[in-house]
Design a protein around this ligand. Sequence first.
Ligand code: ADP
Ligand code: MG
Length: 976
Amino acid sequence: MADISECNIKVICRVRPLNESEERAGSKFVLKFPTDESVNVGNKTFVYDKVLKPNVTQEHVYNVTAKPIVADVLSGYNGTIFAYGQTSSGKTHTMEGVLDRENLKGIIPRIVQDIFNYIYGMDENLEFHIKVSYFEIYMDKIRDLLDVTKTNLSVHEDKNRVPYVKGCTERFVSSPEEVMEVIDEGKSNRHVAVTNMNEHSSRSHSVFLIHVKQENVESEKKLHGKLYLVDLAGSEKVSKTGAEGAVLDEAKNINKSLSALGNVIAALAEGNKSHVPYRDSKLTRILQESLGGNARTTMVICCSPASYNEGETKSTLMFGQRAKTIKNVVSVNEELTAEEWKRRYEREKEKNNKMKLIILKLEAELQSWRNGKTVPVEEQVDVKTAAMESDPSASPDQAVKDQATMQSSFIGLVSGGVSAIPEAEKAQMEEEKMKLYQQLDDKDDEINNQGQLIEKLREQMLEQEELIASARRDYEASQAEMARIQADNESAKEEVKEVLQALEELAMNYDQKCSEVDNKNRDIEALNEEINQKATKTNTLQAELDALRETTSHQKKRVVEMMTSLLKDLGDIGAVIGGNAAENKPNSGASEKLEEEFTVARLYISKMKSEVKTLATRASNLDAAQADNQKKLEDTNTELSECQLKIQQYEAKMATLSETIKDVEHKRRQLEENVDSLSEEVARYKANETMHATVSQKAQETSDKLQSEIEMKQALEKQMQSHRDQHQKQLSSLREEISDKQTLIDELKDTNQKLTLALDKMQKDYESLRAEEAEKTSKLSELTLQMDRREQAKEDLKGLEETVAKELQTLHNLRKLFVQDLQNRVKKAANKKEEEEDEEAGGNVAQKQKISFLENNLEQLTKVHKQLVRDNADLRCELPKLEKRLRATMDRVKSLETALKEAKEGAMRDRKRYQMEVDRIKEAVRQRNLARRGHAPQIAKPIRPGQHPGGQPTQSVGIRGGGGPANGPAAVKDFA
Ligand code: ADP
Ligand code: MG
């Protein structure tokens, strides 16, 4: 092959600006840029093909990193652009950017546009077919972003040993817009499939593949180039596991592909090309060509400048450094025509012959060396020049390659002796190799299938588990339901027990009530008797009343009689008086007489009337008077009692008065004694006076004096007398006063006594009345209570009677049935017997015995029947209770059954709904897939330079007449 060249992976370092949160956190910008190709962190400097500072534009980034690749890809080379770096270091910003903002667009939209622009400007004899694929690798599984059903695609190798993703959706595109649509679709699918897009994108690699195929319609020269645009997962995952080799299993599981990438790059950087672990992950397998293979590869390592990320940045820079050393060997992917092949074959053959000649020369030289001869320098074969001579068209690179191959073949010759490997063996080996590769692919396929199967089985298992869980839940629910039912059953049993107890209690109560009722009846009877007594009493009273009425009527009659007699008498009197008048006036006219008599009679009658009236009034007056008298009598009675009281009082007063009289008498006696003593003194004075008179009669003067003294004495006596009188008077007045007071006191005492007596009486009356009232109220309450009890008892009795009647009725029916049944049986037996009799009319002893035996049987049967009847009676008693219990349990069971049924129905409904939901989802997914596959069969839309679909041909290099098929109907082409 021509155009084989070695080139290093191009590594470009892009540093993003500090972001807002880093600035807010006070992170420092720790990177320095000593030159345009180097970056310094800490005290270490890393050199790359280019270092892009934070302030560079997206366009500049594109121009530096991707633009050169466009031409390569359209010349039949493979190309790859990676973005590597920790999460949020700007990988996606670099690869995609903001798709709909002109100045923020990333590499992918720009490169797509550029590819088409480039095509539009190429030779018009070229026909292009461009198809794109979009997939992501997550947890070492390839998921097609253009068909969500393809979740685990496998990697195969084509006939040229170039790996590719088998079964991946490929969309033919004919304009940048279509490519952008495909990208949009893939991105939206990716968003739909995952919940947390940030986390997902930091753990997955997204790969956008542009496959460009061109054909020169004139020379039929075919070229094709693949361009991989890869946005890798966040490198922080690998920095911890390390390309250095320290592999943490956990981290490896998180992102196996990225660590595999690190390992591959490490192996390639060490120059150990004999074993590069491409097969460790799908990512490395897909990118096998890009890493040390046939591809122009550019790696953009994205860095955060923040001090916070310094560690990650350093490891990213190291990674880039390592990758920089990797050499790729690139060649044009060309599909040769038969002629070209022939030509090449001839060329190679020629070359081979020349080589053989050289070999011969060399062998000769070697032989002479071995033989101990020395070959002069000018005679020594110069391989380089010989080769140059043999193929002057070859480039120096080619020469190097050829030399290498020559050397290797030389070594082969040496090791295998002079004899070369025979062609047949070679072919066989080649075949074997191919077979082995085929097997490898098959194994891969199988592994993939198995993986998918495992996935499916896992899903099924999950479903099954869910089912089991639901079944378990159902089972638990039913268990709980069972337990509940059992508990209910228990409770029902207890209820029945309680009911039975309650029945027993009711029976007891019933007995009690019966006895109470009896008591009440007895009471009622007693009361009735009392009432009767009262009635008889009232009757007697009525009779008395009647008698009294009779007597009064009798008296009235008598009064009437008396009146009539009186009237008669009056009439007589009138007659007598009238008779005189008649006698006086018989002479006048007869008519006049009559009139007169009439008037007289009238007068009499009126007189009599008035008299009768007066008599009646008098009678009524008398009645009133009688009543008055009665009253008066009562009054007098009361007065009498009062008087008696007064008398008693007076007696008491008299006693006191007599005492006072005695006192007064006593005083008077004393006074009289005083008077006596005073009169004695007077007598003594008189005697003295006489003595004086006798003794001294001489002195007349003295006698005068005596005279005056006597006079004085008389005056004194008078005075004394008046004093005494006064005293007497005073005394009497005092006595009177005393007696007055006494009387007053007595009166007051009387009234007091009266009042107290009246009070006592009233008190007594009041108490008696109260007692009466209390009695009556108690009686009333008793009676009401009795009434209530009776009502209750009556109701209870009624209920019981009803139930008992019902039960009796059912029992009766049962008995009837039983009796009927028995009768039927007996009848049957009798019939049988008769038949037997009929049959054996011959009548021998055996038959008779049989008959007697049957009779016995019948007797026994009747006995049994009786027993059964008795049992039946017993059972009858049991039956209602049992029936009730049975009914209750039946109800309970029914309700439980309905509950169970409802629960089951609910479960069924849930299951149905679930099934429907599942079907619906499946249907929706199928529809969507169908809609997607609506694009199939893939229609290749060949693109011809100079036929810009937008009608703006760029740099048209001659226009083919008649136009290309781009405007015509799309041609279906098999791209593979
Ligand atoms: P990654 O894909 O590596 O996880 P992103 O590309 O999503 O990181 O970038 C993270 C954020 O930083 C985004 O909001 C992006 O717009 C911003 N960003 C990244 N690089 C730059 C840059 N060079 N200039 C401006 N903003 C950037
Ligand atoms: Mg990203």
